[in-house]
Every structure is written in C-alpha cells, then in structure tokens.
Design a protein. Structure first.
Length: 404
C-alpha cells in the first residue's frame, strides 16, 4: 500500500510538471514564431509600399504601435524583383548583392510563378507579390537564419526541459519518501498492534473454548453455552484472519513455492463444501479440467479457493447455483467461482477487496463475515503475481476470476 501511495504521488507530480513544461515550452516557441512571422510581414509590406526599395524609417510591427529596430533591414536579407513580361523587364533591387544570388533568384521567381500564389514561403524565403503599373513586384525576406534559430530554441528548450524534469523526478521521489514516512510509520504501528493483539487474544480464546467444551460435557446441552462456543469460534476465525494478514503484510509468511496438482487441489477443497451446499439448498457444480499443475504455495492457493467458495455459498440466493471452474486459457490458468444472487454493484467491485469492507452490511452480519476473506485472497494472489477480478450483473450473478 505504501509503495502504491509513493508511485501515485510521484506520478501525479510528474504529470503536472510535464504539462506545465509543455505549456511553457509551447508558449515560448509559439510566440517566438508569431513574432518572427509578424516581423517578416512588416518587412515585406514596407518593401512593397516603397516599390522594392529600403525605406528611411523602420516599419511598424503589425498589430502594434512599436517600430521595428532601426537596423532591421541591415540585419535581415531582403530583396525585390520587378517583372514585366511585355517588355522583358526583370530587375533585382535590394540590400543584398544580387550578382551573387542571381541564379537562385531566377529559380525562386520561376517556381513562384508556377505556384500562382500571392504570398507564402519557398525554400526558406517568405515572399509577397504585388501588382504594379509596370507588371509585378516580388519582395522577399530570407527566413533561413530565423528558422534555424527557432529550431535551435525549440531543441534547447526541450533539452533543458527534459533535464529539469529528470532532476525534479528525483526531487519528487525524495519528497514522496519524506511525506509518506509518517503514514508508513503509522501503518507499521497498526500492523504491529494487530499482530500483537491477535497473539494476545489467542490464549484467552483457547481457554474459553476448552472450558466451554468441558462444561458442555458436564452439564449437557445449554443454549447459553452454545452461544459462548459459537462466538468464541467466530472470534477465533477473526483472530486467525488478522494474523494471516499481518504475516502477508510483513512478508514473513512467503511460504515455499513448489509445483503441485492444482486440479486436484481445487477439487479436494470444493468437495469439502458439497455438504454445506446441500444443507443450504444450493445447486453445486464443478467444472475442473484435469492435469493442470502450478508453481506456487499450495496451502495458500487452497486458502484462496476456500475463501471464494465460502463467499459464493454465503451470497448465493435460495436454490441458486454455485459453480467452480478451473481451466487453462493460453499460458494462463483461470479459476472462476460463480454464484447466482444479488450481484455486486460496479462501484463496489474494487472496494470489496479492502479490509473490513462489506458492501452489504445486513447480509454480512447474517453470514458472520468480517470483510477480511477477500482481502486475504487478494494478498495471496498478489504474492503469486496473479490477478483477481469480478464480473457481475446486479440482481443476477457474480463471478470471481483468479488468473495465475
């Protein structure tokens, strides 16, 4: 339980931090991209208004009253191309050395004319086409450097974010250990108390049971004496269940794993409940595949089988059906205990494996349950690295499935 609490704490912290970092990194790169785009649009618009020549004043940033830096045209590579097919006019004017890039410009212009789009990006250049009296004016701004810087910013922010998250993972792990420590200490004290109290109760319960049997032999049948014997038996069952849980929690009752005949084990346990089913007028059916072996603690697996069958008999309706099935599906072994009856609500199916939890208080009191049997069964199944789950239909049936 403590381990799951730590994992849940660390997972929650890391998910929140990851979302925050993704939001921050996305926002930074998005606003950087938008700023670069607005700057490029401002440069293109200004060049187009000045017929492709560099203006004396820096242009305004679109959507803002602020001017771009005065040296913006010195820092950004811009140029313009005038085209008039009628008189074969093709001239380049800009702040770049056109003689060095004339072939590149010709290729750009040819590709843009083939696309027939008024604006866009091509080969790292953003362009704008404006109709003029002499033909067309194409203005360009080179975005390759700004794109490279944007890519570098994105890569850098991702690396820094990943390193930060990696460091914060260990910080959150440390904080989880620190915060869970009081809970862990309280849980250990609770387990120690339950174990010590259960041990202390065993002796007086044994004395009560023995003396009740002696009195029964001396005075014969007595209803008050039978009450004492019945309640001492119930208390003894509760104490044994508490001790079992304490041993499972401490890991001191790991048992010995060996290969055993699971088919025979299920059948032998199931047959011991046959007389109980007959007396309670329950239909009892076994569908046990033969020859299924399993590597595990045979005694604990038998305890799981007994708990599930006992639970099914207690909650089956009158003249209802209790069916035990053992089969192999693929490389897994499925043990299923089915009973007709009231069923288990979906919102209660996870809770019934909690200690002392009883979803039907009146039924549990009538059957004498304490809400420990299924908790023990789940602990044993978990110890064997298996799974236990429930399928149910309200007012119809319930099926417990153990997968080993």
């Amino acid at each position: 339980m403590i381990k799951k609490l730590k994992i849940r704490f660390v997972s929650t912290i890391m998910i929140i931090l990851s979302l925050v970092f993704v939001l921050i990194i996305s926002s930074i790169n998005y606003f950087n991209y938008q700023s670069s785009e607005r700057q490029s649009i401002a440069l293109l618009s200004t060049l187009a208004e000045n017929d492709g020549t560099t203006p004396h004043e820096s242009p305004l940033m679109p959507g803002s009253a602020n001017h771009l830096p005065p040296d913006i045209f010195d820092r950004e590579k811009t140029f313009s191309v005038k085209i008039n097919p009628a008189i074969n006019l093709f001239s380049v004017n800009g702040n770049s050395d056109a003689s060095l890039v004339s072939e590149e410009i010709v290729d750009l212009v040819n590709q843009i004319q083939e696309q027939e789009q008024g604006s866009g990006t091509l080969n790292g250049y953003r362009y704008l086409i404006v109709e003029k009296p002499y033909g067309e004016l194409l203005v360009f701004v080179d975005q390759r450097i700004s794109n490279a810087m944007a890519d570098r910013l994105l890569t850098t922010s991702l690396i820094i974010g990943s390193i930060t998250l990696f460091i914060l993972f260990f910080v959150s792990l440390f904080l989880a250990n620190l915060m869970v420590k009081p809970v862990e200490e309280a849980f250990e004290k609770q387990k120690r108390f339950i174990s010590d109290a259960s041990h202390e109760l065993k002796t007086p319960l044994s004395v009560i049971s023995v003396n009740a049997e002696v009195l029964a032999g001396d005075i014969g049948a007595n209803k008050y004496l039978s009450y004492i014997q019945s309640e001492s038996t119930r208390m003894n069952t509760l104490v044994n269940n508490l001790l079992t849980l304490a041993r499972l929690d401490s890991g001191k009752n790991s048992g010995v794993f060996s290969t055993f005949d699971l088919s025979n084990a299920v059948e032998s346990i199931a047959l011991t409940f046959e007389s109980t089913a007959f007396e309670e007028h329950k239909n009892y059916a076994l569908k046990i595949a033969s020859g299924i072996s399993y590597l595990g603690d045979a005694d604990k697996i038998k305890q799981v089988i007994a708990i599930l069958i006992d639970n099914a008999l207690k909650h089956a309706d009158d003249d209802g059906l209790v069916e035990i099935t053992l089969r192999r599906i693929g490389d897994k072994i499925h043990l299923e205990v089915f009973n007709t009856g009231a069923g288990i609500p979906e919102d209660q199916q996870d809770k019934i494996f909690q200690r002392f939890y009883r979803y039907d208080e009146s039924r549990s009191k009538a059957t004498g349950g304490y809400g420990l049997g299924l908790a023990i069964a789940k602990s044993i199944v978990d110890e064997h690295h298996g799974k236990i789950k429930i399928n149910s239909e309200i007012g119809g049936w319930a099926r417990f499935i153990v997968i080993l």
